[in-house]
Design a protein around this ligand. Sequence first.
Ligand code: ADP
Ligand code: ADP
Length: 229
Amino acid sequence: AGKVEFRDVQFSYDPNRKILKGISFEVPAGKTVAIVGPSGAGKSTISRLLFRFYDIQGGKILIDGQDIRDVTQESLRAAIGMVPQDTVLFNDTIAYNIRYGRVDASEEDVRKAAELAQIGPFIERLPDGYRSMVGERGLKLSGGEKQRVAIARTILKAPPILMLDEATSALDSHTEQEIQAALDLVSQGRTTIVIAHRLSTVISADEIIVLQDGQIAERGTHAALMRKA
Ligand code: ADP
Ligand code: ADP
């Protein structure tokens, strides 16, 4: 389960300017589609529309064939996991932050998720420093580490659909590789939409959609797009 379809989706934030001018694509259950394109093309808008933060003005968005207008906010939020660009964390332990949304999860499951996301040693920490460990420096979580907390939260939630917004912030290349590995792991077997800023990070996507000015300019596998370029 978890097929996502956009059918001729049209959207504007304000009536004088169309942001999405009829976008159609399909993400078969368990597959990965990457959306790339210049800043302002409408990539993040697509993710907001899937969560139904806004209603579309034309077309349809379907999950497993069902119009998302007929799905409750609760089921939508349960079905879709989001790893955002900038994760805002609660000022509580990392374990608390990972458990958020799955309060019933066991400590063991929280620890496993943290380990998979390579944030295991951090779970008793606060986002802005240690609680009161004598002799420890008050280390703050870096952007990359916060993103790993979001990944751990998603691993625990285990939604059928994943929405990944790749970090634009300058992560060092080692951190970026680690994050990429953790993201690959969490997207395994799930329907995944990646908002990507560089083609090089989405080589393995089943389809890449190049969005330009609210329209699909090109689509295909990484290899096919590279042949054209
Ligand atoms: P991308 O993610 O590709 O950079 P976005 O989807 O964020 O692009 O934005 C597409 C266009 O919509 C941009 O021109 C942006 O300025 C505009 N936009 C985004 N959010 C809003 C908003 N809340 N109200 C009005 N315009 C917006
Ligand atoms: P990123 O590029 O991933 O956002 P940062 O520049 O925020 O990373 O942090 C890089 C490294 O420095 C991280 O390992 C982080 O834990 C550490 N760090 C961040 N803030 C502090 C701080 N106030 N004191 C000590 N170390 C810090």
